[in-house]
Design a protein around this ligand. Structure first.
Ligand code: FA5
Length: 326
């Protein structure tokens, strides 16, 4: 029995198996225990001899098992350490570094420019009610000029803003008649325009608004021309066209000449209409102002020579990767 047990223990290679053997030989129903239990059947002369022999075997088996257990445990730790070893000389997995979206690059460049001229950056909601998008901007219901900006309505009163001019009203209301007002406001706008190379149903504008005593059209021209020079350089051909917006009087539109695409309209602007000032608590006899709305995609198209406005929205990494700053 002893020899058999010792050989079995020696051959064991897993801790689980060793535990089974321990039960088999030394457990309550184990083989050695059975021998000790059977002592009653022996003669008195045999008993001490068999008893001490059985105990000897028990001690030896116990020691061998515990020795084997230690060995197996050490071995397991060894193996774990080996398998968890990190080879610090292996090459790493390269991580993709993203790039700033070209529209965001243009927004940031324009923000820097205007902040340098004393403007503050304001934001407004993309879901608006009729009042902020039209009514307060001198576009009463059934005004024909509402058709200039075909809208996405959410309810009869709520719509996705069609331009950032909504922020003019929010800003003037918040200022409560205080001057100077000098803000820009970038953000997304939505129109039911048919998508083509230069039109998108969702695009980005940067609104600008200045209200103070003695603000003039020539100051507006100066700001816009300085901006264009900063963006495109002195040589760029610029065209200011008289235009019409219900919330400015007089109004202009600005085009930039592109050698391939021809004239591209980049912004609308004008002197804030007296009715807009009045409605928001500014006396038009005392204060004047100018406003402008810049098409950010159009600037990006010209600046980066992009052939189609839809590239900005397709999330094609081959397009976006070209705007990595380093
Ligand atoms: C307006 O949205 C006026 N709110 C601008 C304004 C502000 C005038 C303040 C006076 C005072 P307009 O609809 O022209 O105007 O749009 C302004 C600019 O946004 C355009 O010059 C053009 O650059 C750009 N734009 C207009 N529609 C689209 C479109 N569908 N996709 C891309 N860009 C567009």
């Amino acid at each position: 029995l002893k020899e058999e047990a010792l050989t079995a223990i020696d051959q064991v290679s897993s801790l689980d198996h060793l535990r089974e053997l321990k039960v088999k030989y030394l457990g309550k129903k184990g083989e050695l225990t059975a021998v000790l239990r059977g002592m009653g059947k022996l003669t008195p002369e045999e008993r001490p001899w068999i008893g001490s022999l059985a105990n000897e075997v028990r001690t030896e088996l116990e020691e061998t098992i515990s020795q084997k257990q230690t060995n197996l445990e050490d071995q397991a730790i060894e193996e774990q350490l080996k398998s968890e070893k990190i080879d610090v000389t292996l090459p790493g997995i390269p991580m993709e570094v993203g790039s700033v979206h070209p529209l965001q690059l243009v927004i940031e460049e324009l923000e820097d420019f205007f902040i340098g001229m004393g403007f503050q950056v304001a934001e407004g909601p993309e879901v608006e009610n009729d009042y902020y998008n039209f009514e307060a901007l001198n576009l009463p219901k059934d005004h024909p000029a509402r058709d200039m900006q075909d809208s996405f309505y959410i309810t009869p009163e709520l719509l996705l803003r069609t331009h950032t001019s909504t922020t003019q009203i929010h800003t003037l209301e918040a200022k409560e008649g205080e001057v100077p007002v000098r803000i820009i406001s970038p953000g997304k706008v939505y129109r039911r325009d048919d998508d083509d190379a230069t039109h998108s149903h969702q695009f980005t504008q940067i609104e600008g608004l200045v209200v103070d005593r003695g603000v003039s059209m020539s100051e507006l021209n100066g700001v816009l021309l300085a901006l264009i020079e900063k963006l495109f350089g002195e040589e760029t051909k610029v065209r200011l066209r008289p235009s019409y917006f219900p919330f400015t009087e007089p109004s202009v539109e600005v085009d930039i000449y592109h050698p391939v695409k021809g004239w591209i309209e980049i912004l609308g602007a004008g002197m804030v209409h007296p009715r807009v000032l009045e409605r928001t608590g500014y006396n038009p006899e005392r204060y004047t102002g100018f406003a402008f709305g810049i098409g950010v995609e159009r600037i990006a198209i010209l600046k980066y020579n992009i052939d189609d406005i839809r590239h900005f929205y397709n999330n094609d990494l081959r397009f976006l990767r070209q705007f990595k700053s380093e």
